[in-house]
Design a protein. Structure first.
Length: 111
């Protein structure tokens, strides 16, 4: 039986699995959606969506969380058909960074 070679992860930040309570409002192309966040890191996130997207598409994200306003620009890095998309942050406002850190801290301790 042939085995696929294991490639090292290109991710610089480890992802944290999120609870049911982390949602984002996001737009990609001409489509806006509200989606559950499956996992999250300082570098990006994976959101559930059945809507097709393509790698390289730009997205605007607004987190719907108790930590405060978190807005980010991102790019689609990978697509899992029927499941969702992986998004890499390309910009986060400086004043939103402490809120993202607080959100990550909360989900790390709730899982």
């Amino acid at each position: 039986m042939l085995q696929q070679p294991v490639s090292p992860s290109r991710r610089r930040n480890s992802r944290v699995e999120t609870s049911e309570g982390v949602w984002v409002y996001w737009g990609c192309g001409r489509r806006d959606d509200t989606s559950r966040v499956r996992n999250l890191s300082l570098g990006g996130l994976f959101v559930e969506t059945r809507e097709p997207n393509f790698v390289g598409a730009s997205a605007q994200i607004e987190f719907l969380v108790q930590e405060g306003q978190i807005r980010a620009a991102a790019v689609v890095r990978h697509v899992e058909s029927g499941r969702g998309v992986g998004l890499k942050f390309t910009a986060i406002r400086d004043e939103d960074c402490p809120h993202l850190a607080a959100l990550l801290n909360r989900v790390k301790h709730s899982s």
